[in-house]
Write a protein that binds this ligand. Structure first.
Ligand SMILES: [Zn+2]
Length: 192
């Protein structure tokens, strides 16, 4: 018997949570959310103790979501890719999960803004050698992703406090995607 899908997703999750990028490189504040080296510790324990339901849904594209009401991570893949895209996406969802297990109420706006910055920082550090200057990946015209990347550039220095001006740029993009849910707490579509 091989590993179940849930076991594979749990293993990917723990790999991302234990990655030195997560534990040593990502540290920033945006608005009232501070993500530091120990921010994901509690989540790591909860995942290890099977406190988060791991579910595979969909085929091989890169989609993921976290449901804070059901403590459930849903992912469309069970293997990581070489460029860190999937690890970065997982860290995005795990940022939502970390807020949840720490019991700190976050609006969708706060949760998404911090999740996108964490996602972009992980992707940057995973591929650091391939980026020169400020030229980022091609996000296919997705303005939320490209804004998150641009704001994350300044947060590469550990402990950066993202300026209100930059935070507002990202909030504007998050609001335009999440619309009426932006100020909700525990909206169960805290996904992607
Ligand atoms: Zn999200």
């Amino acid at each position: 018997m091989g590993q179940s899908n849930a076991e594979k997703i749990k293993a990917m999750t723990l790999k991302v949570l234990n990655d030195p990028i997560t534990t040593h490189k990502i540290a920033f504040r945006i608005g009232s959310v501070f993500i530091g080296p120990t921010y994901y510790n509690r989540l790591r324990d909860v995942v290890a103790a099977d406190g988060i339901e791991m579910r595979k849904k969909g085929s091989n594209n890169n989609t993921a979501s976290y449901n804070p009401k059901k403590d459930r991570l849903t992912v469309s893949f069970t293997q990581l890719d070489v460029n860190g895209n999937r690890e970065s996406l997982l860290l995005h969802e795990l940022t939502h999960a970390a807020h949840d297990v720490r019991g700190i109420p976050r609006t969708v706006l706060q949760s998404e803004a911090s999740a996108y910055i964490a996602q972009m920082l992980f992707f940057y550090f995973r591929n650091e050698q391939t980026f020169s200057g400020d030229v980022g990946p091609n996000f296919g015209g997705d303005k939320l992703l490209s804004t998150a990347w641009n704001v994350s550039i300044k947060a590469r220095k550990k402990g950066t406090v993202i300026s209100d001006k930059d935070a507002q740029k990202l909030y504007t993009r998050v609001k335009s995607r999440y619309r009426k849910h932006a100020n909700d707490y525990d909206f169960d579509g805290v996904d992607v």
